[in-house]
Design a protein around this ligand. Sequence first.
Ligand code: UDP
Length: 337
Amino acid sequence: MRVLLTGGAGYIGSHTALVLLEHGHEVVVLDDFSNSSLEAVRRVEELSGKSVPVVEADLADRAASERALEDIEFDSVIHLAGLKSVGESVAQPTRYYRVNIDATLVLLDVLRERGITNFVFSSSATVYGVPQSVPIDEQHPVGDGITNPYGRSKFIIEEIIRDTQSAWPELGATLLRYFNPVGAHTSGRIGEDPSGIPNNLMPFIAQVAVGKRERLSVFGDTYATPDGTGVRDYIHVMDLAEGHVAALEHNRPGIAVYNLGSGTGSSVLEVVREFERASGQPVPFVIEAPRAGDVGEVVADPTLANTTLDWRTTRSLADACRDSWNWQSSNPEGYAG
Ligand code: UDP
């Protein structure tokens, strides 16, 4: 296939691009580089030995995107482009709704005009809101109790895609609900490069281990979990990338929804200990108040993806810590270094 990968220069995008190329697909990256780096695409080319054309465009800008895509050939799309910081979305809700929703509306119109029916969308486990029970399968209710505009933008986009598919039955749309992506490619050449202070746990820990930050704040230790700290389902970004390729190759007309997670929960303190072991560096931490909107435990039931897509995670949390440390220690300043 020849895949248009929106957001292809970002963290998940760069790893997905690499796995697509390794599976014999061609990749065209579309990115506005607002939170990503062209260097990531260059390194994907270096790792794969293949060239990756880049279209620089803000998808939310309809005229510019239509112009930029005019001469670009593709037969399928993986749509990852979007804003993704939960905290920022609380402070700037209109920006989050506008950018994430407008980008998807423009893209869906481009697909329909061109008759491109193979579409995979990057959604999130946040659409489940506060889980009623764990592990969470795809039948769990969505929409209610979502605690931030970022998550709600993902939910709204899922609904928009469903409506679009109802009006256009040939469209095959797969919604991938990610749990917590972590880790990096084993080469240490591509990885997560957050701008400013990392919001997410593993990049923050990595920056503490490498000496860029003094200590981790552990948000809450009185949850109903074995050690009281928050439990999440961490999925290695290479497993996640392979999930995208499996979903794309399996896509058919209609709507399909899959959780992409490992099915295993780990607490904040378990991640700290695993990272210390992988890096050989201390990760000092202090316990602080729970973060607003956080929940105790979020773990996927990935059975549907395991059985339908014949996909499963093969990398452990220890692998993710090793790979994240390899990336962090060899690129302490990220792609800018
Ligand atoms: N967390 C933490 N300190 C941090 C960042 C995160 O204790 O600096 C905790 C957070 O409360 C949650 C887990 O780590 O229990 C994963 O948080 P993250 O922001 O990475 O992902 P989320 O599950 O919130 O999407």
